[in-house]
Design a protein around this ligand. Sequence first.
Ligand SMILES: *[C@@H]1O[C@H](CO)[C@@H](O)[C@H](O)[C@H]1NC(C)=O
Ligand SMILES: *[C@@H]1O[C@H](CO)[C@@H](O)[C@H](O)[C@H]1NC(C)=O
Ligand SMILES: *[C@@H]1O[C@H](CO)[C@@H](O)[C@H](O)[C@H]1NC(C)=O
Length: 198
Amino acid sequence: MRPLQGCRRQCIVLGIVTLCLAAGWALQTQGGVSLLVPQPNINATVAQNILLSVEYSCKGIVSIEWKHVSSWGTNKIVEWKPGSYTNISKSYKDRVNTYENGSIQLLNVGVRDAGYYVVTITEELGTNVYGTIVLSVYEIIYEDLHFVAVFFAFLTAVSAVLVCCMWFCNKSVHLFQNKRDKLKARTAEEIELQTIEC
Ligand SMILES: *[C@@H]1O[C@H](CO)[C@@H](O)[C@H](O)[C@H]1NC(C)=O
Ligand SMILES: *[C@@H]1O[C@H](CO)[C@@H](O)[C@H](O)[C@H]1NC(C)=O
Ligand SMILES: *[C@@H]1O[C@H](CO)[C@@H](O)[C@H](O)[C@H]1NC(C)=O
């Protein structure tokens, strides 16, 4: 009889512990909100469209906020509550798309868009999680090459014009000299003729 009672007590204790653990786990998943940031570093080139990809999981209703932090300061980009409202900052109007999983797409990035992007997912009860993505934006190299090419073309055109001018000037100087020589010759002839007549 005794060993059986002992086992029963043990079973009850084990059951209670299991129940407590299960309840704790249930509470945690119900109250918790988690966030996955698969790509915390993004390299982009100017004028690219980029996806700041995250995925949150939460059973309740959340609000999602994205901020941009750079050496020029902190700017709010967008705040939204899925199925309720979307509030996009004026400076990002027409440049931002939001996705159900909490990600945003940023269109036509510029050098000034480089920096830290901080996403905050706030759950109804007030708990929140943060995620950070670092964005680097590079100038496109061929744009520089393009500029150099244009500059060289301009220089070539200018030198061609200068060469033409010089050629033209040279020609006219020659023409002028020829005329003057002829004139001189003629006057000399005339003078000779006059002296002969005299
Ligand atoms: C971004 O560029 C840096 C240095 O230019 C490099 O170390 C990093 O691996 C790149 N990241 C990605 C995601 O391409
Ligand atoms: C979030 O959703 C977007 C659009 O559907 C998708 O491209 C992206 O991969 C998703 N992000 C993650 C981490 O699943
Ligand atoms: C949207 O943003 C503006 C300015 O930041 C604020 O005044 C307004 O209350 C916001 N609306 C919502 C629904 O959060």
